[in-house]
Design a protein around this ligand. Structure first.
Ligand SMILES: Nc1ncnc2c1ncn2[C@@H]1O[C@H](COP(=O)(O)OP(=O)(O)OP(=O)(O)O)[C@@H](O)[C@H]1O
Ligand SMILES: Nc1ccn([C@H]2C[C@H](O)[C@@H](COP(=O)(O)O)O2)c(=O)n1
Length: 345
């Protein structure tokens, strides 16, 4: 498959993804009438310990589907626009019409807990807080504690700073609730909140694969098409090798300082890295490549580079390429691509 075909295919997939999440928002739905597929999590954090809603439905619980139905809220709109609320520690099948009839984690078992914010199974969810509408988030567990509240890193910034990165839209009179933990929560009027992020680019794309498979070529074009920022993690290794691996000595302290500087001025350094490496002759490039390969085996350097990239990209809008992007750098990127190429290509 040639490069153009791959890019077109990726782009098609991406458009499909966008169409799926944008489609049907104003259509009428068959609201799920039966709620017996909803299973609540017990206090016990053990995955296997579910309590079926059929068995133990008490007044304390408000199934999210019922909440939506009773309040005449279109569920797809709710999940996609409000997007942050589920009764999070609830097992939910995301049945029709959500996500084309699949759970967000459709490649995993169909029946599992799934964070509505980051769309990961709860085991993989690293959300700390979640923001959302007051009613469903005030759902309590059996001990009358606020349960489930987590914040997805893509959805909120910290509660002291109400510059809010939430991609959801909350209607005018509703309140946003931020939870620090289950006892410590505050609700804010939506009017106090500035949204800084466009939902469209609030996620990252990680492109992985062996050296030379075309990650940079494809990643760069995908980023251009989507107006995302492109980051080639390999360039970080190369730049650090060239600047801080001198006379056979890796200057770890300098690298640590560089990390702080780069996190402070990411745009400047992204350009600086690119320009710096563009100036090199092909002989120099070869040497830098060798040095980069050596330093890439040092765990602290890997951690520093991963941390820089994770910090820069935390609000989304980036295409990050490099081997280990999907596993170590951005394991929770919403879109992950692993490229392969024929040997002949
Ligand atoms: N689809 C493709 N078909 C043929 N050649 C390609 C394709 N994509 C990239 N190439 C060529 O393969 C070479 C490696 O591409 P590229 O630098 O994008 O790979 P990479 O995976 O980013 O490599 P590295 O990990 O070493 O940075 C380049 O010469 C590029 O022009
Ligand atoms: N995420 C990454 C990116 C790169 N490396 C290593 C691989 C190479 O030895 C070196 C330079 O990368 P390249 O520009 O050739 O992609 O850095 C890594 O370990 N992890």
């Amino acid at each position: 498959m040639d490069q153009r075909e791959i890019i077109n295919q990726l782009f098609r997939l991406f458009l499909q993804f966008l169409i799926t999440i944008n489609s049907d928002q104003n259509q009428n739905y068959d609201y799920p009438i039966q709620y017996n597929h909803i299973i609540y999590e017990s206090d016990n954090d053990d995955d296997s310990d579910y309590i079926s809603a059929d068995e133990e439905l008490t007044n304390q619980y408000i199934p999210i589907t019922k909440f939506l139905y009773d309040n005449n809220i279109n569920p797809q709109q709710f999940y996609l626009k409000f997007n942050e609320i589920d009764s999070i520690n609830m097992v939910h099948e995301y049945e029709h019409p959500l996500n084309g009839g699949h759970c967000w984690n459709f490649n995993e078992s169909f029946h599992h807990r799934c964070c509505a914010a980051c769309k990961q199974t709860l085991k993989n969810c690293d959300c700390e807080f979640i923001c959302g509408l007051t009613s469903p988030t005030e759902q309590k567990d059996k001990k009358n504690k606020h349960n489930q509240f987590k914040k997805c890193k893509w959805y909120t910034s910290d509660s002291n700073n109400l510059d809010h990165d939430c991609i959801g839209m909350i209607s005018k009179d509703e309140k946003l609730v931020l939870f620090k933990d289950e006892r410590n929560f505050q609700s804010y009027s939506v009017n106090n909140i500035t949204r800084t992020k466009n939902w469209f680019n609030c996620f990252n794309i990680a492109i992985d694969g062996l050296s030379g498979v075309g990650k940079s070529s494809i990643g760069c074009q995908v980023a251009k098409r989507l107006n995302f920022t492109f980051i080639d993690s390999g360039l970080f290794y190369r730049y650090i090798a060239d600047q801080f691996y001198l006379d056979d000595t890796i200057q770890l302290n300098e690298i640590r300082l560089f990390k702080n500087e780069m996190i402070g001025s990411p745009s400047y350094y992204l350009q600086e890295i690119e320009f710096h490496l563009q100036e090199k002759t092909s002989q120099e490039e070869l040497q830098i490549g060798q040095k980069a390969s050596e330093i890439s085996k040092v765990p602290e350097i890997q951690n520093i580079i991963n941390k820089i990239i994770q910090t820069i990209t935390k609000n989304g809008g980036y295409v990050v390429v490099g081997c280990d992007t999907t596993t170590k750098i951005l394991p929770s990127a919403r879109v992950k691509l692993i490229l392969e190429a024929d040997f002949e290509t």
